[in-house]
Design a binder for this molecule. Structure first.
Ligand SMILES: Nc1nc2c(ncn2[C@@H]2O[C@H](COP(=O)(O)OP(=O)(O)OP(=O)(O)O)[C@@H](O)[C@H]2O)c(=O)[nH]1
Ligand SMILES: [Mg+2]
Length: 314
């Protein structure tokens, strides 16, 4: 494999090289190539604006991201999209939906889009997503928009390194207070009520504004923006707000924080090792069930399992 040619391609912003590099970092069996790529692009990274987008299923994340990416392209900047699907192999469907909703925008504006699914990953989704972001970074993309469903380890890890987090809601999709309990209110920098063409949108905006006013405020004043992701209404205002946050947050969350990234890689690798080592003994769930059936308490059950997996006393 000619890694030097791929790295050269990445530096020139060639999307074919970008795609090939991402396929390599997704594939654990090519770890020595991944390591070479990540080493060689490192000094070109650190400039991309990472925008995390989260919200309940069906709220319109993909539709909104498609429109947002178009707006960014209209302003003359190179953007990219990553859709992370940490859902179980049995739910399926989401990835295809993500692509369909964004396809029109992607085609028209030559926006780079990549889907990462947990299927076939056996852990390692966080690492793959992180490396993908850095490859796009080295390729000169000004920003990357990451769609996550907000549950699962990879979602949490991406939120840790995102510079700007956009939380979506829509009328008729359930209780706003429920979101606060889930801790989603605290992590959001910008709140969006999508589907403002629907009844109840105004109330949803008001609800979130009220909830936000109850949270402790910092120097960044969190706003709620209503948008329509079908016709693109108000998407320009949303992008203005995202850019405002970008300049406000310079040096804030994630910026140049290599240690945070390294710890994500470490944890991901440890999770992978545990999963891999537990595989020959039947999956971890079955082992846990057996322990519960034996009446072992969770604390000691976990100790016993991990000890047997790493092969020494812990
Ligand atoms: N009326 C209306 N419908 C919308 C709007 N935005 C998205 N939709 C519709 O809402 C549905 C879900 O949209 P998606 O963009 O796939 O939502 P998502 O949050 O990405 O969904 P998942 O990836 O499955 O979690 C689709 O049928 C969209 O056409 C909007 O602003 N108004
Ligand atoms: Mg989607």
């Amino acid at each position: 494999m000619d890694i030097d040619a791929i790295v050269k391609g990445i530096r020139k912003g060639d999307t074919l090289s970008v795609s090939r590099a991402i396929s390599i970092v997704e594939d654990r069996s090519q770890i020595s190539f991944s390591s070479e790529i990540m080493k060689k692009i490192y000094n070109r990274t650190g400039n991309i604006h990472i925008i995390g987008v989260t919200g309940p299923p069906g709220v319109g994340k993909s539709s909104m991201i498609g429109k947002l990416a178009s707006e960014i392209a209209t302003r003359g900047r190179k953007t990219s999209i990553i859709a992370v699907d940490a859902s179980s192999p049995f739910t399926g469907g989401t990835l295809l939906g993500n692509r369909v909703r964004m396809q029109e925008s992607i085609n028209r504006n030559s926006i780079y889009m990549r889907s990462l699914a947990s299927r076939g990953f056996k852990g390692g989704l966080s690492s793959a997503a992180l490396s993908t972001i850095r490859i796009l970074d080295a390729a000169g993309f000004d920003s990357v928009i990451v769609e996550t469903v907000g549950s699962g380890q990879a979602d949490i890890d991406i939120m840790k390194i995102a510079h700007t987090i956009v939380v979506l809601h829509a009328p008729g999709l359930g209780d706003i207070l429920q979101s606060i309990k889930a801790g989603i209110m605290e992590i959001g920098d910008i709140f969006v009520v999508n589907k403002i063409d629907r009844e109840g949108a105004f109330l949803a905006i008001k609800d979130i504004e009220d909830s936000l006013s109850m949270l402790p405020g910092g120097s960044w004043k969190r706003k709620v923006i209503g948008v329509n992701s079908l016709d693109g209404e108000n998407i320009d205002a949303l992008l203005d707000e995202i850019e405002r946050h970008r300049s406000h947050g310079k040096g804030k969350r994630g910026d140049g924080d290599a240690m945070k990234e390294m710890s994500i890689y470490i944890e991901d690798e440890l999770r992978r090792i545990i999963l891999e080592r537990s595989a020959p003994k039947g999956d971890l769930n079955r082992e846990m069930k057996r322990m519960m059936a034996d009446g072992i308490d969770p604390f000691n059950g976990a100790l016993k399992l991990v000890t047997s997996l790493v092969g020494s006393e812990i």
